[in-house]
Design a protein around this ligand. Structure first.
Ligand SMILES: Cc1ncc(COP(=O)(O)O)c(C=O)c1O
Length: 458
């Protein structure tokens, strides 16, 4: 008897948080309860989630930007179903799998200045590969990365993740990894002058640091400096890639052509883990440099049929539905619709982003009562304020959002590209309402903050 997975899901639905607390991660289960995120989601479609009672939620998190084309895209599901109907060879290992070649071909078509692709299973693994490739291809040890960057939590990736919180308790990390300030090309130039730099790794837009946009001309200047010093320019487009900013890569927006591009999240329609490192032929040759080094960097499941087919179907869905254009249009509409909140609410400091990767930054208010409340909350924990916004957005308005990163006053808004104007209108009205409530102190908004603070949550 095959396992009845759907029956199992329906029968045990509701036990999610107890099971997770008991067997997976009790601290996370506790956090979800404290902030009221312990919903029992029963269905996901497009940019919406549905709980067990049928309540619909607007998903502005998109699983940390995995579901760019929307949850459960019918074309990707159909492709995966069709694949599984046949007994095709998969993970033979001692062959060259066809679907991996086909997805590599399709990716290189979209990134025409690069030639070849290495496949893995997660963003962190893609970063590990990029770091190793840079050292192997150049014969140099140093990697430069940006302060505030997030590149993942495996040891290599963690060694180039520029936020203390992620590192605490895990040292020592890799050596010869040096941080430079983001948006400061001169500082980068000075580090490059010191020599022995294999590569410079950057997120073109720093997502976890609070949707920090690159300054005009910064990335082009970084490219110039990398070329001058013979260092590889490596872009972590794990968050920004596959259309999230309205072009296939964010690099295109800024007119730069990095030597290495890491992709993951949005590449497989939120259905199968996958990641890819797209790079130049000479970099790949530098790694797999002799017959006895032909698999010197590898991963067992990289290039598996499910991931490759999900990737191919996702790329086709982007084209068939003109989703990059839609992402640009909806992103512009979202930013246009949010801008009036800047005038209306003193707590809103900035609205910024690209495509459907948008940040709403809160700032210290001018009026005395609010300013005192703001300071108090920030003294307890700098990340508390934005977190307090996400709670009524979910509870009262059924909108799922997240804070952009740790200790940031930035709310991240990143729905799937299939989001409709009505969804955006709804979101903006919801945020406007929460902002109105937040502007009266004392009031329910600040009570949420106090509750979070009491639980020393963040
Ligand atoms: C920019 C960036 N790089 C790397 C990663 C790590 O990816 P993963 O969690 O799949 O290892 C993430 C994940 O959030 C990311 O946003």
């Amino acid at each position: 008897m095959p396992i009845d997975v759907v029956g199992l899901f329906r029968r045990r639905l509701g036990e999610n948080y107890e099971l997770y607390a008991q067997y997976v991660n009790p601290t996370w289960a506790r956090v979800t309860r404290l902030i009221g995120y312990d919903k029992i989601y029963a269905r996901a479609e497009g940019c919406h989630l549905y709980d067990a009672d049928g309540r619909r939620y607007l998903d502005c998190v998109s699983g940390f930007c995995v579901s760019g084309i929307g949850h459960n895209h019918p074309a990707v599901r159909q492709a995966l179903r069709r694949l599984l109907e046949e007994a095709l060879p998969n993970l033979v290992q001692l062959d060259c799998p066809l679907f991996a070649g086909l997805l590599a071909e399709a990716l290189v078509k979209r990134v025409p200045w690069l030639d070849m692709v290495f496949f893995a299973n997660s963003g962190s693994e893609a970063i590990e590969a990029a770091l190793k490739f840079a050292r192997a291809a150049t014969g140099r040890p140093r990697i430069l990365y940006a302060e505030g960057a997030y590149h993942g939590v495996t040891y290599g990736a963690l060694s180039v993740t520029g936020h203390r919180m992620w590192r605490e308790g895990f040292g020592p990390l890799l050596t010869e990894m040096d941080a430079v300030p983001f948006n400061d090309a001169d500082a980068l130039g000075q580090e490059l002058e010191r020599g022995r730099v294999a590569g410079v790794l950057l997120e073109p837009i720093q997502v976890g640091a609070g949707i920090v946009m690159p300054a005009d001309g910064y990335l082009a200047r970084v490219q110039e400096l990398c070329r001058k010093h013979g260092a590889l320019l490596m872009f972590d487009e794990i968050h920004t890639g596959v259309g999230r900013t309205g072009s296939f890569l964010a690099a295109e927006r800024y007119g730069v052509e990095p030597d290495v591009v890491c992709l993951s999240k949005g590449l497989s329609g939120a259905l199968v883990p996958v990641s890819a490192v797209i790079t130049r032929r000479d970099v790949i040759r530098g790694v797999y440099s002799r017959l006895d080094r032909s698999v010197v960097h590898a991963t067992t499941f990289g290039g598996n049929n499910l991931a490759m087919v999900a990737g191919l179907a996702t790329l086709q869905a982007l084209d068939d539905e003109d989703l990059l254009k839609r992402c640009r249009e909806m992103g512009d509409y979202l930013i246009r619709s949010l801008r009036p909140l800047l005038e209306k609410h003193e707590l809103v400091k900035d609205v910024r982003g690209a495509g459907l990767l948008v940040g709403v930054e809160f700032g210290e208010p001018k009026s005395l009562f609010l300013r005192n409340a703001w300071s108090m909350m920030h003294r307890i924990n700098p990340g508390l304020f934005a977190q307090a916004f996400t709670i009524p957005l979910l509870e009262k308005h059924a909108v799922l959002t997240q804070v952009a990163g740790h200790n940031e006053d930035v709310l991240k808004v990143a729905p799937a590209f299939v989001v409709a104007r009505e969804d955006i209108d709804y979101f903006v009205r919801a945020l406007d309402d929460v902002l109105l409530v937040a502007h009266s102190f004392p009031g329910p908004f600040w009570e949420v903050g106090t509750r979070l603070a009491k639980n020393a949550l963040i």
